[in-house]
Design a protein around this ligand. Structure first.
Ligand code: ZN
Length: 237
């Protein structure tokens, strides 16, 4: 009987540890090593627009067109594998003056991964980002926001920050249904120093892509100025 209690307690303990690690793995605001940035403390009304995934030829020109028309510089967290297939699209984004971030090579959850896997995912993508013409060190954003030990450790050893976000309209199923709801959610939830996450590179219905213009116009009207992630980090108070 005593033995049974011991194993029951051990099992509960292991479950508690596992659920704790699971929560940390998906947290936007905590990781075990280095710096994670979901937003920046700044008194200025600055906001960073970030786009994950791609580049994809079907969407690049359209998003670049909207940003040019609105005179806004954004940050694109690109996937190494996609960049390898569509380097010309990456070059267009760099040439338009946007910031490039590293979003891994194969877009896998960086949870139970080895240090050598992490190094290869990050550095292979770094090389492709340089091949696209971007010279600065790219900030890193984990695919699905997932990380546990090896990734944060590698990034902290290499003086690189993990960039997440604090405004994510697409994660709410009701909001993700329409461009109008996406734009409204962003306008209602953005504060000074916010980092907005959108995916504009694969939805054939272009719900997020169509929301970009009203988001920019609406936030400008509220007095916000759009900056890149690096510029936002520099404004930290
Ligand atoms: Zn992604």
């Amino acid at each position: 009987m005593r033995k049974l209690t011991f194993f029951a307690v051990l099992l509960l303990l292991l479950l508690a540890i596992a659920s704790g690690l699971w929560a940390i793995g998906k947290s936007r605001t905590f990781q075990f090593f280095g710096t994670i940035v979901p937003r920046v403390d700044t008194k200025e009304k600055l906001v960073a627009l970030t786009f994950d995934d791609g580049p994809e030829p079907a969407f690049t020109d359209e998003i670049l067109g909207v940003l040019k028309e609105q005179d806004v510089k954004a940050t694109f967290f690109l996937i190494g594998g996609a960049l390898e297939r569509h380097l010309a699209e990456g070059k267009k984004i760099v040439a338009a003056g946007h910031e490039i971030g590293n979003h891994s090579y194969s877009h896998q959850r960086m949870i139970l991964v080895t240090p050598s896997f992490v190094k290869e995912e990050v550095e292979k993508t770094d090389a492709l980002i340089r091949a696209a013409g971007y010279e600065k060190t790219a900030h890193f954003r984990p695919p699905y926001g997932k990380k546990l030990f090896a990734l944060p450790f590698y990034l902290s050893q290499n003086n690189r920050q993990t960039i997440t976000w604090d405004v994510e309209p697409e994660s709410l199923s009701e909001v993700a249904k329409s461009s109008e709801a996406i734009a409204r959610h962003v306008l209602d939830n953005t504060q000074s120093g916010s980092i907005i996450l959108l995916h504009v590179m694969y939805d054939p219905q272009k719900k997020s892509l169509t929301a970009v213009k009203p988001i920019i116009e609406g936030l400008k009207q509220k007095g916000f100025r759009f900056v890149t992630v690096s510029e936002l980090l520099e404004s930290k108070q």
